[in-house]
Design a binder for this molecule. Structure first.
Ligand SMILES: Nc1ncnc2c1ncn2[C@@H]1O[C@H](COP(=O)(O)OP(=O)(O)O)[C@@H](O)[C@H]1O
Ligand SMILES: [Mg+2]
Length: 270
């Protein structure tokens, strides 16, 4: 475990790479935090989180993006459409657990950061015949993959896309306990984690069991707000431990190849 710090300057932060918002959260998420990225479908949860891992990979860090529903080619297609130049990062895709060793070796050999996409959908297809007796083992598969990559290439960032898909795949008999151990596992790894949570539009819940909200160090909420016949993208930082943050609602745009949060995003009351 990391030692106890004695000065504020020792808190290192990972930017969200959202112009206008990072300035309002002291520069970013404290390293090692576990952050819920919550929102309904199409609110750009995956894109924003991918953008963080992509930019950190450019700075030399290794990130693991674990996708449970969306296939790796669909993620890449979305990002390329947003003008991401995927050739700028060392990219490794794991579609089969047998590729894990090769993927780790590749990351080790380049040695200057990169992005590992773990496509759980593909992995499931590959091992369907083997029959995983216990559904819960999917969580273990994910944990083992992250742990192995962490041990060998010291990955600093992790994204689970999404917690909601994990609940479908892995039956949680006692969510309170199992989630507690998942969070503890990530904390012990000292890996900055973004857990994506799909929620219903207009819902005031940020997660399925609500316990995730208490366990996490931060909550970023994304939503689509109808305004007359327009729909406005909005973002707010609901919670961020160890950070003096502005919890206001910003409007979110993806313009000139970057995410931008604009102040006063709330629609005027008419
Ligand atoms: N420039 C853009 N290129 C591609 N998709 C965009 C762009 N701007 C906004 N989007 C929207 O992003 C949404 C998908 O984002 P995504 O990160 O997959 O959302 P989520 O993970 O929250 O479901 C789509 O609805 C798409 O219309
Ligand atoms: Mg998504």
């Amino acid at each position: 475990m990391a030692g106890i710090i004695s000065s504020k300057s020792e808190i290192k932060r990972i930017p969200l790479y959202i112009q206008g918002l990072d300035e309002n959260i002291e520069g970013g998420v404290p390293e090692g935090h576990i952050v819920l990225v919550s929102g309904s479908a199409g609110t750009m949860k995956s894109s924003i989180t991918f953008n963080i891992l992509f930019n950190e990979a450019l700075k030399g860090k290794v990130g693991v993006y674990c996708s449970l529903e969306q296939s790796y080619d669909s993620i890449i297609q979305q990002m390329v459409n947003m003008n991401f130049d995927m050739s700028r990062v060392n990219l490794v895709i794991i579609k089969d657990l047998a590729e894990l060793r090769t993927a780790i070796n590749k990351m080790k050999s380049v040695g200057n950061g990169g992005l590992v996409i773990v496509d759980i959908g593909c992995i499931r297809k590959e091992i369907r015949d083997v029959k995983i007796a216990d559904n819960r083992s999917w969580l273990n598969v994910i944990k083992n993959v992250v742990k192995k990559i962490k041990e060998e290439v010291d990955c600093k960032l992790f994204c689970l896309d999404s917690l909601s898909a994990l609940y479908v795949l892995s039956r949680f008999e006692n969510p309170r306990i199992e989630l507690f151990y998942l969070f503890e596992f990530l904390r012990d790894l000292e890996i900055t984690s973004f857990l994506i949570s799909e929620c219903q539009p207009q819902s005031d819940k940020y997660s399925e069991f609500e316990i995730e909200e208490f366990l996490s160090d931060g909550i970023i909420h994304l939503r689509l707000t109808p305004f007359r016949r327009n729909v406005v993208r909005e973002i707010s930082v609901v919670k961020m431990r160890a950070t003096a943050c502005n919890n206001d609602i910003f409007s979110l745009e993806y313009k000139h190849n970057k995410f931008q949060a604009l102040y006063g995003g709330q629609n005027p009351l008419l």
